[in-house]
Design a protein around this ligand. Structure first.
Ligand SMILES: NC(=O)c1ccc[n+]([C@@H]2O[C@H](COP(=O)([O-])OP(=O)(O)OC[C@H]3O[C@@H](n4cnc5c(N)ncnc54)[C@H](O)[C@@H]3O)[C@@H](O)[C@H]2O)c1
Length: 349
């Protein structure tokens, strides 16, 4: 079996490649290797990119530098032959960048998705789009109770949000629009052309090969800065809550979906209540696990941030038997080991 992964040199892409290779798939993928977000992290962009590319090479994934927006099925067929499955991980994922540069965000997120759907249509193969729980919106920020270390939701906000909740509630940003638009296109290709497509609404992920910064990837950002003994900036409050998810769990969701008959739909893919954690609680664990204490700066709340989100993933569990398996503590242990073993990547420039 052959899978095609867009954005394969990114954080999630490398985990999907690794997981599918472990499950005896042939893995092919591409990435445009943009420096847009990486250059804002202050890590050495070349070293970060090389690290992930060397990893892909080592595990035997086939890689080529290409942009989703301008490749086509004929080019891919000439290079690699046909495929059985497309997993679309390429994106502009950051809320901050979408707010600063909505045209880039729309072009990268929407046109990449439409073009990848076109390729899946031409090859007549199933397609999964990586969406985000941000599509639910941030209205929940107005219904929170402050407890000792975290917020808890007040009615009408559910403790765990399922796919029947309304979307785009609250203050919209360009990222809400672009990510939701990718879901609409993904659904429209199923309804118009009879394709097997799905969008996964993914919560905050973390894991090895994540060069997290202030724009996205907050768990990795906190872990890197703790280990490298740098200040950490919190926007608004450290009581914000997320159900975080280790990237390998997400990779497994794609494979389970494929083998469960490729059900068309929208699925929450998140850590759920047992993996929910506030920013402050996460910082506490990082400090305990590394023995390092970092100083925290608090800056004003950022536009678009979501202060409480925990997903209900029962639909994915019922329809394709998925649930997270890697606990927060296990995931943090793995990411800490990776950062400690690769500190030369995180010498801030
Ligand atoms: N990281 C998270 O916590 C999180 C949470 C929810 C959803 N997601 C979604 O998961 C997906 C993967 O996120 P990630 O964290 O791995 O991001 P990432 O930035 O690490 O990886 C994305 C990759 O896509 C590539 N890319 C961007 N535009 C491209 C284009 N036009 N053509 C080819 N390659 C392109 C980038 O170079 C990058 O390597 C995204 O769709 C993101 O929105 C991520």
């Amino acid at each position: 079996m052959k899978v095609l992964i867009s954005g394969m040199a990114g954080f999630l892409g490398t985990h999907v490649a690794e997981y599918f290779i472990k499950n005896n798939w042939e893995v092919f993928g591409f990435d445009n290797l943009t420096n847009y977000e990486l250059s804002r992290t202050k890590f050495d962009v070349r070293k970060s990119r090389t690290h992930n590319l060397e990893f892909l090479n080592k595990i035997g994934a086939n890689f080529c530098q290409l942009d989703c927006r301008n490749i086509n099925a004929d080019l891919l067929l000439r290079m690699w032959g046909t495929f059985d499955f497309i997993i679309h991980c390429a994106a502009q994922p950051a809320m901050t960048i979408a707010i600063e540069d909505p045209k880039y965000d729309a072009d990268d997120n929407i046109m990449s998705c439409v073009n990848m759907l076109e390729i899946a249509k031409k090859l007549n193969i199933p397609f999964v789009n990586c969406s985000s729980i941000h599509v639910y919106g941030n209205e929940g920020n107005d219904y929170l109770e402050e407890k000792e270390t975290r917020f808890t939701p007040l009615k009408p906000i559910p403790e765990e949000t399922d796919e029947n909740e309304p979307v785009l509630e609250g203050e919209l940003t360009p990222l809400h629009v672009s990510k939701y638009t990718t879901e609409l296109y993904t659904k429209s290709f199923a309804e118009t052309y009879g394709m097997k497509t799905a969008s996964f609404r993914i919560t905050g992920m973390f894991g090895e090969r994540q060069f997290g910064g202030m724009d996205h990837g907050w768990v990795a950002n906190f872990a890197i800065r703790t280990i490298m003994e740098r200040d950490i900036t919190i926007f608004g409050t450290d009581k914000q809550v997320r159900d975080i998810l280790y990237a390998e769990d997400v990779a497994r969701a794609f494979l389970l979906w494929f083998y469960a008959g490729r059900p068309v739909g929208i699925y929450n893919i998140g850590g759920g209540m047992k993996n929910s954690i506030s920013l402050g609680e996460c910082l506490g664990k990082l400090s305990d696990f590394t023995g390092k204490l970092t100083s925290i700066k608090v800056e004003p709340k950022r536009k678009g941030d979501l202060w409480y989100f925990v997903c209900d993933y029962q639909k994915a569990k019922i329809e394709f038997g998925w649930e997270p398996q890697i606990s927060v503590d296990e995931g943090l242990t793995r990411i800490i080991k990776w950062i400690e073993g690769n500190q030369e990547l995180f010498l801030f420039l």
